[in-house]
Design a protein around this ligand. Structure first.
Ligand code: G3H
Ligand code: 13P
Ligand code: NA
Ligand code: ZN
Length: 325
């Protein structure tokens, strides 16, 4: 069945790699995630946001994720390790509903609340979830931009001096931190970046690895999570723009920095936007080249192949979670 994150995080932190946490909303995304992780023998975290539950129906998503374990075995993966995780839970009620529905891991994101409220709400979720052996991710520090419906004016890096107190008193199993990543395909404003003189592409500022190092020093071996870690691959942006899309100056986190983070106590890396880009690239390209197509399987298959390739690249070239089962 589904597993929680406890053992896989321990191995990842000790082994110097990170577990991929991929969001899914539909069949094609789930097929691509399971195909890539099963073929490469990678543990994987399936993430479901509140928006995904609203889009696809909570019950359907839950059984799709449970079915994914059997599907991974059919693909030849004898001992799959698949987590079903709530992404950015914002209330105790939502967390409880997911625990009661068989999720093996949840996130309570109270990072926009005052410090003591964040601890209190996280602790309440931990007390409930742990009764069912469900692991809990918390967040301290605020990411730039919009976190689901929680808007934040500006980014606030996680304060290293708070992490010991926060993790002890909340009892969380892992901690999402803010070191300069953000959600979506426009992670930096052009004025925050320099431009590559040859390609004209935006070069973003580096993540705050000094803050990460301080946090690791305070909490040796404690599982750290990075949200907002899509790299926004130029190849998908180019395909989208070539076939009628308009994504000017989309920019993500350079893969080199994610590689570096994976070798640290960062043991979970969240990727959603790159899946959306690969998917949209496949659909746009196929429909532009085949105006006669109207069977969703025709463009769905191409989109799925693009996503599978993208997930495989993340696992092998960036996170290093292949052959870890
Ligand atoms: O953090 C946001 C994730 O990418 C999920 O996005 O809330 O639009 O499903 P969503
Ligand atoms: P991206 O938008 O960078 O893919 O981040 C996804 C995420 O953090 C989901 O929680
Ligand atoms: Na790591
Ligand atoms: Zn996130």
């Amino acid at each position: 069945g589904l597993v929680n994150t406890r053992e896989m995080f321990k191995r990842a932190v000790n082994g110097g790699y990170a577990i991929p946490a991929f969001n899914f909303n539909n069949l094609e995304q789930l097929q691509a995630i399971i195909t890539a992780s099963a073929q490469l023998k990678s543990p994987v975290i399936l993430q479901v946001s509140k928006g995904a539950r609203n889009y696809a129906n909570p019950t359907l998503l839950r059984y799709m994720a449970e079915g994914a374990v059997a599907y991974a075995k059919e693909l030849g993966c004898k001992h799959p390790e698949i987590v079903l995780h709530l992404d950015h839970g914002d209330t105790f009620e939502l967390v409880k509903d997911c625990v009661d529905m068989g999720f093996s891991s949840v996130m309570i994101d109270a990072s926009s609340k005052p410090y003591e409220e964040n601890i209190a709400l996280t602790k309440k979720c931990v007390e409930y979830a742990h009764k069912f052996d469900v692991t809990v991710e918390a967040e301290l520090g605020v990411l730039a931009g919009v976190e689901d419906e929680v808007a934040s004016e500006e980014s606030h890096y996680t304060k290293p001096e708070e992490v010991i107190d926060f993790s002890k008193r909340s009892g969380c199993d892992s901690l999402a931190i803010s070191i300069g990543t953000s959600h979506g395909a426009y992670k930096f404003k052009p004025e925050q970046c320099t431009r590559d003189p040859k390609t004209g592409r935006l070069v973003p500022p580096p993540l705050a690895f000094d803050v990460l190092a301080e946090i690791e020093k305070k909490l040796p071996g404690f599982p750290i999570v990075l949200h907002g870690s899509s790299s926004v691959p130029q190849k998908y942006v180019d395909i989208i723009n070539r076939y009628g899309g308009k994504l000017p100056d989309a920019v993500g986190i350079p893969e080199e920095q994610l590689r570096k983070a994976s070798k640290s106590a960062v043991c979970k890396i969240n990727i959603d936007s790159d899946s959306r880009l690969a998917y949209t690239a496949g659909v746009r390209e196929t429909l532009a080249n085949h105006p006669d197509y109207f069977d969703p399987r025709q463009y769905g298959k191409v989109a799925r192949d693009y996503m599978t390739e993208m997930y495989k690249e993340k696992i092998t070239d960036v996170l290093g979670s292949d052959n870890k089962l």
